[in-house]
Design a protein around this ligand. Structure first.
Ligand SMILES: [Zn+2]
Length: 237
């Protein structure tokens, strides 16, 4: 069933507002450190730039709810990350780690003055609580902020152009042979799903998970729709 237009319009407005906050942060960072004007976006450095301190720990032991991978205690500017995401001891978690940091930055910029008061100290322990019914929406905001920060629109479009040689969306039936002839990243395992091929290649450029990359490419109208085609999409909107 089609959603009412007003719902979609509101979603689009929310997304645009969140993306603007992420773009502003990245622009501030890149103005100060123009030498870091490259992808992958140096999320660790941006966290430092913002003035947050990352600490790895076993969050369950610290009192966080099971399954929570990170949390920020705003008054002390402490950003706690579960040790299972430490990219030094768990290099395969690098993409998740980066996205998680960016997600916490999303909370920092979007929610710390308002509703995200869910972190508070109990003695020396930190507990996370959900006091409000809008948690899911807030988490969505932070995820979207993370996508915009780790995969900035302009950089994705540039890398897409570099990879594909054009600005248009992927056309399914051309993709496999096209990529095989162009991609030299080692080692890419091609599957039968062409959209995943592209997402895999691009995810390595941006150091995010393939799933996150695919979602972002899809959102930017660069992947085929369910029929394997999409009307040519011209970038720069
Ligand atoms: Zn969150």
């Amino acid at each position: 069933m089609a959603r009412p237009a007003s719902w979609e319009a509101r979603l689009a407005r929310e997304r645009a507002a969140i993306e603007k906050v992420a773009q502003r942060l990245l622009a501030r960072y890149r103005t100060k450190f123009p030498e870091n004007d490259r992808v992958p976006v140096p999320i660790d450095d941006i966290v430092q730039f913002v003035g947050l301190r990352v600490t790895f720990d076993d969050l369950v032991t610290m009192g966080f709810v099971e399954g929570v991978l990170a949390g920020t205690y705003a008054p002390d500017r402490d950003l706690f990350v579960d040790e299972s995401l430490d990219p030094v001891s768990h290099p395969t978690q690098e993409g998740r780690y980066r996205f998680t940091l960016a997600h916490e930055l999303g909370h920092w910029f979007l929610h710390r003055r308002g509703e995200q008061l869910n972190l508070f100290r109990v003695g020396r322990r930190v507990r996370i609580r959900d006091h409000y019914p809008r948690t899911a929406r807030i988490e969505w905001h932070a995820d979207y902020f993370a996508a915009c920060l780790t995969m900035p629109r302009a950089d994705v479009q540039l890398e897409w152009r570099n990879l594909m040689g054009h600005d248009s969306a992927l056309l399914c039936d051309r993709t496999c042979s096209y990529l095989r002839s162009r991609v030299t990243f080692p080692p890419i395992r091609f599957t039968t799903r062409s959209d995943w091929h592209v997402a895999t290649v691009m995810s390595r450029v941006f150091q995010v998970s393939v799933r996150a990359m695919k979602y972002r490419l899809d959102e930017l109208d660069l992947l085929p729709d369910q029929d394997g085609v999409r009307a040519p999409s011209f970038l720069g909107y």
